[in-house]
Design a protein around this ligand. Structure first.
Ligand SMILES: [Ca+2]
Length: 74
């Protein structure tokens, strides 16, 4: 199931990031994406169910890998 989500979400994010990076400096896009991913990860983590974690965490991880967005602590 996580795989299905990944198949849908990744291409969309790919196109979105590609488009954004042609207008905004890559560093800024990465920063914004890291902030967004942090928020989404917190959100999913706080829902009290583990189903969304199992489905979405690999997707977030894959996005971080693909676009070289380390999970920064700052
Ligand atoms: Ca959760």
């Amino acid at each position: 199931m996580g795989n299905t989500v990944e198949k849908i979400v990744i291409p969309v994010v790919n196109i979105f990031m590609g488009t954004l990076m042609s207008y905004v400096p890559e560093e800024k896009v990465r920063d914004a994406a890291d902030n967004l991913l942090d928020k989404l990860e917190d959100l999913v983590d706080g829902t009290g169910t583990k189903i969304d974690d199992a489905m979405l965490e690999p997707v977030f991880e894959r996005i971080r890998e693909m676009f070289n967005i380390p999970d920064g602590e700052d």
